[in-house]
Design a binder for this molecule. Structure first.
Ligand code: NAD
Length: 432
């Protein structure tokens, strides 16, 4: 292991924008290991002053797939950590993609975003789409993807494009759909094995974060007959021990959206609001973090334990710090890991990439998430390892195999040249 600090620790415990412990002094190359990164490309456009970074972590399984973040604070390290998460997420989902991530450093609302996205696309064009395929991420929209694909001159340059360009819109809730499937199946499997003891119809669920992922997770769980008793966002928490009326809340927010830019739970007229932190104190069985990273941390984990949470379903990326995860595990809480649970959007992207329909996207998400959750939970129970380590092992084995197969071609060629085939080949050359 050539790197100085544990990569896992950084991936799970640090984030440039969110975690005060992030080590800004860590050089991205000191994080390099046997998996990658293959390329770290920093770009600058003197005309617009756009600064960007592209990290292609590992392309053994296929071109690196990962969204383009457009945020004032991005660093090559952070983009690398996100690219690495994509390597495992794509491999676990069994998609022909490697891991990558892009980043544009700036506030998209304060700069000429069209010019900046064009400049970024132009700068990384030699790698797109053979080594990198973009997507929307924090700060980027379907319109940005239209600009990106236009500048590259290839609709395969990215996913998350507008429907008119063959895109499968984010607004369909593909990630939330996958989270709901994963939650339902985890409850059923662990129940069957007598490891959870919650009747699905009685399970109480809290969802932290009510944006794209959280709201669709709530919608699909509600449609499956689950009781979502508490939700929160950055403005407030609302709770009803008998189950919230999720469709009504979503409708009310949708109506407000026409008048306000980004309506929040605090804007709801009909609900009783509490401070957002209260979500951690609700007596629920399942907690779904669907907000930002590291919200389950040393400060909040004890509330979850006092509330006797039985399962955490990680809808957000890296929502749990390493220490908090250890504490939860010691208390017998199941943690269903992020890169298993929140792959719905990525699987939907793959369907967009191969020109499929929305219906095919939902079918493939259901199939892949179901297969993977079953496999990970059953292996986890048999091996007594955490679902996260089982999922990571599966992903690593797949990437390693792809890496060996790629190297294999070179070995076969070397062997062939070393034997008489080389003489034959040389002789034929002489004849010519
Ligand atoms: P979003 O911006 O649509 O929603 C985020 C929500 O979290 C908002 O409701 C916001 O108010 C809320 N929030 C922010 N800080 C909070 C806090 N401290 N307490 C409670 N709520 C808070 O984002 P999103 O697309 O829903 O993504 C949510 C998470 O899921 C992120 O970690 C993202 O990386 C991850 N993720 C998203 C997708 C996707 O397809 N959108 C796919 C995989 C993973």
């Amino acid at each position: 292991m050539g790197y100085r600090i544990s990569l896992l620790e950084i991936v799970r415990g640090d984030d440039a924008t969110l975690n005060p412990h992030f080590r800004k002094d860590v050089d991205v190359w000191s994080l390099a290991d046997e998996w990658g990164p293959e390329k770290v490309i920093q770009v600058y456009d003197p005309h617009t002053r756009m600064q960007g970074v592209l990290v292609i972590d590992n392309t053994a399984m296929g071109p690196g797939k990962g969204g383009i973040r457009f945020q004032p604070k991005i660093t090559p390290q952070e983009i690398f950590l996100l690219a690495r998460t994509m390597t495992w997420k794509c491999a676990l989902a069994g998609l022909p993609f490697g891991g990558a991530k892009g980043g544009i450093k700036g506030n998209p609302l304060e700069v000429d975003r069209v010019a900046w996205v064009r400049a970024f696309a132009k700068a990384i064009k030699p790698y797109v789409p053979l080594q990198y395929i973009g997507a929307t991420d924090m700060g980027t929209t379907e319109m940005d993807m239209a600009v990106f694909a236009h500048e590259i001159g290839d609709m395969k340059a990215c996913t998350g494009k507008p429907t008119e360009l063959g895109g499968i819109p984010h607004e369909l809730g593909t990630t939330g759909y996958g989270v709901a499937i994963a939650t339902d199946l985890s409850i059923k499997i662990l129940n069957k094995l007598n490891l959870l003891n919650i009747e699905p119809k009685d399970a109480r669920i809290a969802i932290q974060g009510f944006g794209n992922v959280g709201s669709f997770t709530a919608k699909f769980l509600d449609e499956m007959g689950y009781k979502v008793v508490a939700i929160s966002d950055a403005s407030a928490c609302i709770c009803d021990p008998n189950g919230l009326d999720v469709p009504k809340i979503m409708d009310e927010l949708r109506l407000l959206r026409t008048k306000m830019k980004a309506p929040m739970l605090n804007d709801l007229k009909t609900a009783q609001k509490e401070p957002k932190e209260k979500i951690f104190e609700k007596k629920v069985d399942i907690f779904v973090p669907a907000a930002t990273s590291y919200t389950i941390n040393e400060q909040t984990v004890h509330n979850l334990i006092s509330s006797k949470i039985k399962m955490v379903v990680e809808a957000a990326n890296i929502p749990t710090t390493k220490d908090a995860e250890n504490t939860l595990r010691q208390n017998g809480t199941w943690i269903i890991p992020d890169f298993l649970v929140n792959a719905g959007g990525l699987i939907g992207s793959y369907v967009e990439y191969i020109g499929g329909t929305e219906m095919q996207a939902f079918e493939l998400i259901k199939y892949k998430i179901t297969t993977n959750v079953k496999r990970v939970l059953i292996e986890s129970v048999h091996s007594n390892c955490s679902p996260r380590s089982v999922a990571e092992e599966i992903a690593k084995r797949r990437v390693k195999k792809a890496m060996l197969l790629r190297e294999g071609a070179i070995d076969v060629a070397r062997e062939a040249y070393a034997r008489e085939e080389l003489e034959e080949y040389t002789w034929r050359g002489d004849e010519l």
